[in-house]
Design a protein around this ligand. Sequence first.
Ligand code: SF4
Ligand code: SF4
Length: 375
Amino acid sequence: MCKVAIVKCDTYNLQNVKDAILKGINLIGCEIPKKDCVLVKPNLLMKKSPEDAVTTHPTVVQATVEIIKEKVAKVIIADSPGGPYTKKRLENIYQAAGIKVLENLENVYLNYDTSYRDLNVERSTFKKLSLISPYFESQGIINLPKLKTHQMAVFTGAVKNLFGLVPGGQKAEMHFRFQDVRRFMEMLIEIFIVAKPMLNIMDGIVAMEGEGPSAGKPKKLGILLISEDAIALDYVACKIIGLDIKDVPLLEVAKEKGLLNPDEVEIVGEMIEDVAPSSFELVLRPEISFVKGRLPQFLSRFLDSFLSPRPVFDRNICIGCAECFNACPAQAIEMKSRKAYLDLKKCIKCYCCHELCPAKAIKIKRSFLFEKILK
Ligand code: SF4
Ligand code: SF4
């Protein structure tokens, strides 16, 4: 049995968050082992303030760090956010996300080292995996995901958060290499198997619904989820917001690979029905999966790119920052007169542009064919 604790926590008050995390750790029966160095991995996707619910709240990061500091000699807080992996970008994001102040804590370090190293990975879809340097310096990872919707993955949580161990532009390369959603999920699971965090603490005090992972709306759920098993934790989080395994490609693949067995997930603390919101706005992909699931497999695969939602650029809102242009792995975006233009024929529907657009100028819309089918 693997345990997932659901603990209520209504506010980002530091003592309340600390008490809730400690309660969750006790409920799952986890002991923080003594270590020389641990990597704490929040979700720091982009330069956003905590109130936007895009990044893991700084209080969750601080509470975790203060709890583990008793056992860990050195704590490194690190992530490779979306876009280029540069010191300047990290500084800006730490400042905006409210975690810059944590470097004043003794033996706590924010990572500014943008180097990375290759890891030889046996029996994997990739022989070599590039990971940010703090991964190699630490003896364990504490994973701090934010509970959010995600245009491509439907849901982003503990397993997807580990994709941030891959440095900058290499994430875009992986999007291009693993264009099929299923293959992309297999790749994420392989990163999870390599990283295997020792503890996962999910910030669901204020989650994100709607157009996640960056353009959605903050949604107060008032919970923290804690587990040693990232996949089981994601499964429980999805159940809370009304998603089944079949709706979430990552969970489907994990189940097929024998890494998720719902009968072996034990929920401790609060029950799902006591914390589930009365409504939670999801992304479009589950409805497309629902339709595709009713088509013969060959037809469903053939129609995939015609049915998948497409990015639509609103040039009245576009501020010409070129974040989308720089992030697009398929080079499907052109900048003309400081406005972004999309060549839909080249688009691989990874939605990195949507994810990183600071102006929310990109919407994800149903495809023409899908609209026709619905009508
Ligand atoms: S990221 Fe958004 S605002 Fe920036 S150029 Fe692209 S569409 Fe425009
Ligand atoms: S245009 Fe957007 S969705 Fe299409 S490939 Fe580029 S980043 Fe991905």
